[in-house]
Structure formats: C-alpha cells, structure tokens
Design a protein around this ligand. Structure first.
Ligand SMILES: O=C(O)CCC(=O)C(=O)O
Length: 258
C-alpha cells in the first residue's frame, strides 16, 4: 500500500517513482523478450511500439498483471475499479527517442482518471535519455502546445533504475530525451484508468487470447475489462450484473439485426 505522503506527492506533482517494482527473474525475462523483439526489426527501424495483443503472447509481459507492487499502487492512486487500458513496449534505438513535450490525454479535471506508468527495463541515465516532467501540470487546462523552451522552467528530470516504475497522471506534461547511449532504451508503458473509461480500440476489434478471456482470477478479470470484482462500484451502482441484464444474446450479439 502507498503511504499517505506518497499519495499526496502524486496528487500535488502528478507523478511518483517507486523503486524495484519489477525485479529478479521477471525483470530479466522481460529484458530478454524485449531484446528478441527488437532483434527481429530491420536496422532502419529506430523506434518501435508493441501493444498488449503482441505482448500478452509472451509470458514475461503477461506476468506484469501479477506484479502486486504495480497493481496495488494503481489501485491506491486510481480507485478500486482500476482497469488496464493499454500495455505498450516502447524501444528507442541509439540516436532515437526524443519526443516533444506532450500529455497523454487532453481532458483534464480535478481528479486523476488515468495513469501512464513507465517501467524501465534499462537503467535510465542522462545518456539513455531521461523522462522529464513538469510537476503540477496535470491540473492545468492548457497543454504544452508548441514550446521552444528547453528546458522548461520548473521541469524535473526523472532518473530511474531498471525495474523502477514512474507513475504519472496521463494529463501531466512530459517529454523523453534522445537516447545518446550505445544501447537500446526499452520501457514498458502500462496505462491504467477507471473501469468506465473506454478501452483502446483493439480491445474491441481483436479479442483477447482465449485463456485470458477465461481467467477466473477476479482482479485479472477486472484489469482486462471482463467484469468488476464483487462489491466494487462503478458506472450504475454497485453490481455490474445491472449492466448485464436483459435480452439473451446481448453480450454475444448475432451478426445480423432483427
Ligand atoms: O520514451 C519515453 O521515455 C517517453 C515516452 C512517452 O512520452 C510516452 O509514452 O508518452
């Protein structure tokens, strides 16, 4: 569980670093998988993203859903109805990786609705190209837009070790520096939000792998958008059976309309 001070830090600044969220054999396995994926890319590909449909075929990335330190922190920061909205592996080859100031969602309000989480698979040094954030910007109505100011006044550079996780409100202004090291920069970006937020389109167009669809683990079902845990309130009351009422076939519609 996060401490009150950690939650307050996140609320005020819009980000929080937790050390050693992924460790040991799981961290090594993720690094091996990331290297294998990147090895299959031609040299001219400088930056590549794999989403959860590809990652969930690989045990190491699927096990991210079982990392208690990650899931509990998301639950503490978002709420009991936390859901996984996306999982991306992002790799930037040497010389690549510089992204401009941006925020991941443009809708901001006075509560955190979704959080992106950078879980780094390499030590994040100045040479690797640090994540930089502007504390407090997650509550600002205006976005970064086009800015030539670099560095931005008040920005913070966020060093991290392999396996550390940087949780940031998806409205927080942030940027990634160029990878000036000789190695690939690999980070797993796990994006979580409240259960009633629409998931990424591919959750609808490409079904999950069958064994994930059939999981009986209540928390995993919730993270994958398959059903809330018993008693967890979300849209329309305390029990999702409310939303599953009605005509047979609603959950699995036939291909034609009546
Ligand atoms: O490459 C990075 O570290 C930054 C990634 C980023 O800004 C994002 O995924 O929104």
């Amino acid at each position: 569980m996060l401490t009150l001070a950690q939650k307050q830090t996140f609320e005020e600044t819009g980000y929080l670093v937790l050390e050693g969220v992924v460790q040991g054999e799981l961290l090594e396995a993720m690094r091996r998988e990331a290297r294998a994926l990147m090895a299959s890319e031609p040299p001219e590909v400088g930056r590549r993203v794999w989403h959860e449909r590809a990652l969930f075929r690989r045990r190491a990335f699927r096990e991210a859903l079982d990392v208690a330190a990650l899931i509990e922190a998301e639950r503490d920061l978002i709420g009991e109805d936390v859901q996984l909205l996306a999982l991306d592996l992002l790799i930037a080859r040497p010389g690549q990786g510089k992204v401009g100031w941006h925020r991941d969602v443009r809708f901001v309000c006075n509560k955190t609705l979704s959080i992106n989480t950078g879980i780094y698979l390499e030590d994040m040094t100045e040479e690797m190209g640090l994540l930089r954030v502007l504390p407090g910007s997650h509550r600002r109505e205006e976005g970064p837009g086009r800015t030539d100011a670099d560095p931005l006044p008040g920005e913070v550079r966020v060093p991290a070790r392999a396996g550390d996780a940087v949780f940031f409100d998806a409205g927080l202004w942030h940027t990634g520096d160029q990878n000036r090291s000789g190695k690939d920069r690999a980070g797993l970006f796990a994006y979580f939000g409240r259960y009633w937020i629409k998931r990424m389109d591919n959750y609808f167009t490409q079904p999950l792998l069958a064994d994930l669809l059939q999981t009986t683990d209540p928390m995993k079902r919730q993270l994958l958008g398959l059903g809330l845990r018993s008693g967890v309130p979300s849209y329309h009351g305390d029990d999702e059976r409310y939303n599953r009422r009605g005509e047979a076939g609603i959950d699995f519609p036939s291909e034609t309309m009546k």
